[in-house]
Design a protein around this ligand. Structure first.
Ligand code: SAM
Length: 248
């Protein structure tokens, strides 16, 4: 395929991701956006549980299948290597946009913080969670993670090097800061509804399962002994629960 078309495809995919990412901050936090996790017409509990579970499953399936090395191999054999990450990002973002669009609210309140100072602190923690997510992408390699390095290298006829195994910054403290950021953002809310709780619970379970049984399995395979030592020395997601990391 023409390099300029792949470049355009990758840029479009990145912009769709940016929209999905920024909208997520408004969606989960019930801030700024027209349709959020607790807004919209309320249907029956059964219907909401059914629809929302399907939406979250679509995202989980897309994410899990497309991140498998065997799927990537198959994709590259048909399309271009340069398009693989952008396609993953594009479809993940579209699955997120589908969640925002079709999510059915369940507004029964589980907890509500009435103290305004405490409420502001929790909202601050919420934004801190998103900041951790964003910073972690730069600690790994933002451009590679979102497919931009691949499309620019393709334009210059260069092979994108494998991403460097990162054990510094937040990755010195825990193995999955990006996921910790998501978990913080999904749970830190002054008003927790049943719908929001369902979202936080299912996504948190998915994060743990995907990280432990898929991502870390692949990392052990590709990085080998170095990753096994890293696993022994650095906690998965809760900081300071292991001996101090000795560095690589
Ligand atoms: C969405 S990122 C999430 C990274 C990590 N699970 C986290 O929560 O910070 C997923 C990509 O990061 C890569 N990755 C995970 N840990 C890494 C590390 N320590 N250094 C470099 N890449 C890593 C995985 O191979 C995968 O391609």
């Amino acid at each position: 395929m023409k390099k300029s078309i792949i470049l355009l495809y990758g840029i479009v995919a990145y912009f769709v991701f940016l929209i999905a990412f920024l909208y997520a901050i408004g969606f989960v936090g019930n801030l700024f956006v027209p349709k959020s996790i607790d807004s919209g017409t309320e249907t029956t509990l059964v219907s909401a549980l059914y629809v929302n579970s399907i939406l979250l499953s679509v995202f989980a399936l897309q994410h899990s299948i497309m991140a498998r090395p065997s799927f990537k191999k198959w994709f590259i054999s048909i399309f271009s290597q340069a398009m693989e990450r952008s396609t993953y990002i594009l479809l993940s973002s579209l699955a997120l946009l589908l969640i925002y669009w079709q999510w059915q609210p369940i507004t029964t309140i589980v907890w509500e913080v009435e103290n305004s100072i405490l409420s502001s602190i929790i909202t601050g923690i919420y934004f801190l969670g998103w900041l951790i997510v964003l910073l972690s992408t730069f600690m790994i390699n933002h451009l590679e993670l979102f497919g931009l390095a691949q499309i620019f290298d393709n334009l210059k006829n260069r092979q994108t090097p494998n991403p460097k195994f990162q054990t510094n910054y937040l990755y010195k403290i825990i193995r999955h800061p990006l996921m910790l950021g998501f978990i913080i953002a999904f749970w830190a809310t002054p008003t927790m509804t049943v719908g929001h709780l369902l979202f936080a619970l299912v996504t948190t379970i998915y994060i743990f399962v995907a990280v432990k049984y898929l991502e870390e399995k692949d990392l052990r395979k590709s990085i080998g002994e170095k990753y096994e030592t890293y696993q022994k020395e650095v906690p998965m997601i809760v900081p300071f629960t292991r001996n101090k990391f000795k560095g690589r």
